[in-house]
Design a protein around this ligand. Structure first.
Ligand code: PLP
Length: 372
């Protein structure tokens, strides 16, 4: 018997109109098959406008964007950087690339993101060079409370908005609130370029410097001269063409992601053994992934296994960094909120190509497993 149609968490979804291919064709026609060109410049300008940030640099990944954001704030050997523990490893790894020291901060239940109380406690113990705040699954962090604390201690904020392109916090786009914001266009993100990232910021000279570092730090000389360490982190003009096309349909993708979340919420509302990711009054999330919490961890394992048998992809919430084997010796400030969310949390298929019938299929299985 053939398997039922595969349902994905979040897979690439190109425009029906072929916008991406048109930009790629132009790059081919003009022979700009390079890590610079009209699509790279266009993508940076169009992206900056959409997120309400003055300047943007298109890079090869979100991880590269985080690395250069840390360099832009001056993080180096031995510096402390606070980082939300409940996140993907790419938020924290670039801290280690710079031989700096990460201190992980717990989340709160109201946002699933950095807990201002834990951040306050961390400031009593350490003097960090930067604070990395993540907007997980497209939910915005409690930016007013977190910004107030960082301002008080005069420490810059890097927003990890890899998952929250289009999310607004009190009317402001996430990624545009702190000193720097980073975004990812990895294949599973709300818009994708196959792989890629963007760093946005308020200081033109710093974003120019980021472009310099990302292009092997080539000094302006006739010969190849380097007075600083460089990186090959620039986005290609082909990839940027995909990004420009995808930006045109970002609003449609956000609408669909929100629709999927609303459908899950209404169809699973009868189940009292689960709750949904928190949507605060200030938060207009992009609902990149629809996530639930079960009352017991064992139900999450059962659910993932049963959905997999039915050819449906579902995944646990990110495992917090402070309990990752690699990071076990780094300090963690706060309680056990992120661990609890990890133990009881599940990301449901949130693919923008899903039909109502597909969503029904997922809900029927969840209801069957949890009603027993
Ligand atoms: C929260 C978070 N930060 C950073 C990244 C890194 O982005 P990239 O995969 O483009 O390097 C991702 C996604 O992959 C992410 O989900």
């Amino acid at each position: 018997m053939s398997k039922p149609e595969r349902l994905y968490l979040s897979s690439p979804h190109m425009s029906n109109e072929g916008y991406e291919l048109a930009y790629i064709k132009e790059a081919f026609d003009t022979n700009w098959i390079a890590p610079l060109g009209k699509n790279v410049d266009g993508f940076e300008h169009e992206f900056a406008e959409i997120v309400g940030a003055p300047y943007a640099a298109a890079l090869s990944s979100g991880t590269a964007a985080m690395h250069l954001a840390l360099k832009a704030v001056g993080v180096s050997n031995g510096d402390i950087v606070f980082c939300q523990s409940l996140t993907f490893a790419a938020s924290a790894n670039p801290i280690i690339y710079e031989n700096a020291v990460t201190v992980f901060i717990d989340s709160d239940r109201e946002t699933w993101n950095m807990d201002p109380n834990a951040l306050e406690a961390a400031f009593k113990k350490y003097t960090p060079k930067a604070v990395i705040i993540v907007h997980l699954y497209g939910l915005s962090a409690n930016m007013d409370a977190l910004t107030e604390l960082c301002k008080k201690h005069n420490v810059p904020i890097i927003e990890d908005a890899a998952e929250s392109l289009g999310t607004t916090y009190k009317g402001k786009k996430t990624g545009s609130i702190g000193e720097y914001g980073i975004f990812s266009f990895n294949g599973n993100k709300i818009i994708t370029t196959s792989g890629g990232g963007m760093l946005v910021g308020k200081d033109k000279s710093k974003i120019d410097k980021v472009r310099f570092w990302a292009t092997q730090s080539r000094d302006p000389a006739r010969h190849y001269q380097h007075s600083e360490l460089g990186y090959n982190y620039r986005m290609s003009n082909i990839v940027a063409g995909i990004g420009r096309g995808q930006l045109k349909i970002l609003d449609d993708r956000i609408k669909k992601k929100r629709y999927i979340f609303t459908q899950y919420k209404s169809m699973l509302s009868e189940l009292d053994s689960i709750s949904f990711m928190p949507i605060n009054l200030w938060n207009e999330p992009n609902c990149w992934l629809s996530c639930i919490l079960a009352d017991k961890p064992i139900k999450i394992i059962e659910l993932i296994d049963t959905l997999e048998v039915e050819n449906i992809e579902a995944r646990p919430i990110w495992k917090p960094m402070h309990i990752q084997p690699y990071y076990k010796n780094y300090d963690h400030i706060g309680g056990e909120v992120s661990e609890d969310i990890f133990n009881r949390g599940l990301c449901l298929p949130s693919d923008t190509k899903m039909t109502d019938e597909n969503i029904n299929r997922v809900c029927e299985i969840i209801t069957k497993v949890l009603n027993v």
